[in-house]
Write a protein that binds this ligand. Structure first.
Ligand SMILES: [Cu+2]
Length: 113
């Protein structure tokens, strides 16, 4: 009798454990998006244009690692105007971005020449 009771209690606790993860997931769903880790990626490219006033770089970039984006030419805001120093159109670069709202912001850029 006691043995049977223990087995039932065990089964009940296993069911509770199995249910717990989904309860936790639902608890996070409402406020998960802003706290989620920022997507980051790296790519190689060539500087096409530098807009120091707007703190933007137009880069013809190759495929990204870490971010789903094919090769194209596009403008990127830079996190810090200092990142633009020493760059000129035609420079080959390797750079890192982080997703910020709808933008991919350059956080690091190095000449690859
Ligand atoms: Cu792009």
């Amino acid at each position: 009798m006691r043995r049977r009771f223990t087995a039932l209690a065990f089964a009940a606790s296993m069911a509770a454990l199995a249910a717990a993860p989904s309860v936790l997931a639902q608890g996070h769903a409402g406020h998960g998006a802003p706290a989620a880790a920022k997507a980051t990626g790296t790519a190689d490219g060539e500087v096409r244009r530098i807009d120091a006033a707007a703190k933007k770089l137009v880069i013809r970039h190759g495929d990204f690692k870490g971010i789903d984006m094919p090769a194209m030419t596009m403008a990127f805001p830079v996190k810090d105007a200092k990142l633009l120093e020493g760059l000129k159109p035609g420079d080959r670069v390797r750079f890192a971005v982080e997703q910020s709202g709808g933008d991919l912001v350059i956080t690091k850029i190095d000449k690859a020449n």
